[in-house]
Each structure stands twice: as structure tokens, then as C-alpha cells.
Design a binder for this molecule. Structure first.
Ligand code: PGA
Length: 248
């Protein structure tokens, strides 16, 4: 296992969305017709809003994207307003020229078969060129919760308590299950862009980027990825100065 040195971009909180959007465009430009994996949650809201602003000026901005895949979904009624599907409708599909997102169908009669369907679609597309990921306070990437191994694949998972707590938009009974791309699909992406903002992410960013590489913190496997870019606001980056960088 070789640790790679990520490119870490630290920005003021107010510039987070624009800086991350610029990083996305720069990474997309390294491919002809990229296949991208897209995250949801609070973190990318300002990022997709910045892409929306930019695409209003330049409608062809995202035209290069060949395919877009959601990296995860809750197992909940398909029409639930707290589902990731609803997030994409609100924050992604409103961007002029944004390609449709291929998503898990949480209403599929057999969720394991649904996971296989998405896995096959992604494999036929050639895998991800760019994976856009946030990080959970427990170190999850997509819904690869602690304990997920680097070779885990697309599957149905039990959500960790932290993930259920974060899913407060569902009300008092958040979903127990999720569907997710595996660590294999995320780590297999030609480029990975990890996004985090806010003080609440400082400790897990430090652990993921500087701590031991272990399935106890699935995001730590990104230390082994040779083409990782990280965009942080100053609050999320605030833990990184306290430890010496492990180097190559
Ligand atoms: P958040 O979620 O952006 O809502 O903090 C990130 C994640 O759980 O991956």
C-alpha cells in the first residue's frame, strides 16, 4: 500500500461552492466524455448552486459529461422528499445542460437485484472517471459505513447510527437501509474529489487524511488513491495543521 499525496485546496467558507465547482470543471476537462459519480447532502448544495450560476453564463458547461450516477440512496419511498432522488431534482437537474442522473430505485421489488442493475450499468459505462464525494462524521464515503472494506462493491447496506441521525429530514424514523456504490467503484474512479466544509468535519477530515488507513474509517482508503483532490473550507481544514503530514 503506497500513500499518495493529495492536492488539498483550502478556501474561505464563503468561497467553498465556487472553489469546489471550479475544481470539478478542471477535473472534468481532463477527460473527453467523463462518467461522474455525484454526491448529495449539505456539502454539495453550494457547489451545485455555483455550477448553476456558471452554467447560466455558459450553458454548455456540463455538456462533456457522458453519464452521471448517484453514489447512494436511502431505502425509502421513491417519492419521499428527503430521498437523494429529490435532492438531485432540486439541486442538479435545475443546472442548464446537466445530464440526467442514473439512480438507485428504492422501490425496486428486489433491492439486491437493483444494486446489481446499477453495478452493471456503471461497469458497462467503464466505471467512474470522476467521483465527487462528501464525508460522513463517521468516515463513511457514500454509504460505505465503518467496517466497509476497500473491495466492497455496489450493495444494500445497513445505515450507521450517525448516518441515520444526519438523515433528520426524514423525521423521527429515518431509513434503516441504504444503497451505495462500493469502495471498489469509488476508489476505482480515475479522479476523486472529496468535499468537506464546517467545523463539524474537522476531526474526521484529519482522521481520514492523516490517520491510519483502515476500514474503521472508509474515507482513509483515499490516502491510497493516486489522484485525489480535496476541497475544504478553513473550518474543515482546521485539524490538518496539528499533525505532521505523513508524506509519500
Ligand atoms: P453532508 O453529508 O454533506 O450532509 O454532511 C456528507 C456525507 O454523509 O457524505
Amino acid at each position: 500500500m503506497t500513500r499518495a499525496t493529495p492536492r488539498i485546496i483550502v478556501t474561505a467558507a464563503g468561497d467553498f461552492g465556487r472553489t469546489a465547482a471550479a475544481a470539478i470543471l478542471e477535473l472534468l476537462a481532463t477527460f473527453h466524455t467523463p462518467v461522474v459519480g455525484l454526491s448529495t447532502g449539505n456539502t454539495p448544495v453550494a457547489v451545485y448552486a455555483a455550477l448553476l450560476d456558471m452554467a447560466r453564463q455558459r450553458p454548455g458547461l456540463l455538456a462533456c459529461i457522458a453519464r452521471a450516477f448517484a453514489i447512494d440512496e436511502y431505502v425509502c419511498p421513491r417519492g419521499d422528499p428527503a430521498a437523494n432522488r429529490a435532492f438531485f431534482a432540486q439541486h442538479w437537474s435545475t443546472i442548464p445542460g446537466a445530464p440526467p442522473v442514473e439512480q438507485f430505485d428504492p422501490d425496486a421489488p428486489d433491492l439486491a437485484v437493483e444494486a446489481e442493475r446499477v453495478a452493471a450499468l456503471l461497469a458497462r459505462a467503464g466505471g467512474l472517471d470522476l467521483a465527487l464525494v462528501g464525508i460522513g462524521t463517521n468516515g463513511h464515503l457514500a454509504f460505505n459505513e465503518p467496517g466497509s472494506t476497500a473491495d466492497s462493491t455496489v450493495r444494500v447496506v445497513e445505515l450507521a447510527p450517525e448516518s441515520r441521525t444526519a438523515a433528520f429530514a426524514f423525521g423521527p424514523e429515518p431509513p434503516r437501509l441504504g444503497m451505495t456504490l462500493g469502495m471498489r467503484e469509488l476508489l476505482g474512479a480515475r479522479r476523486v474529489l472529496l468535499l468537506a466544509n464546517g467545523r463539524g468535519k474537522a476531526a474526521i477530515i484529519e482522521r481520514a487524511l492523516r490517520g491510519p488507513v483502515s476500514s474503521a474509517c472508509p474515507a482513509s482508503f483515499l490516502q491510497l488513491h493516486g489522484a485525489l483532490t480535496v476541497v475544504l473550507d478553513t473550518a474543515a481544514a482546521s485539524g490538518l495543521d496539528s499533525l505532521a503530514h505523513p508524506g509519500g
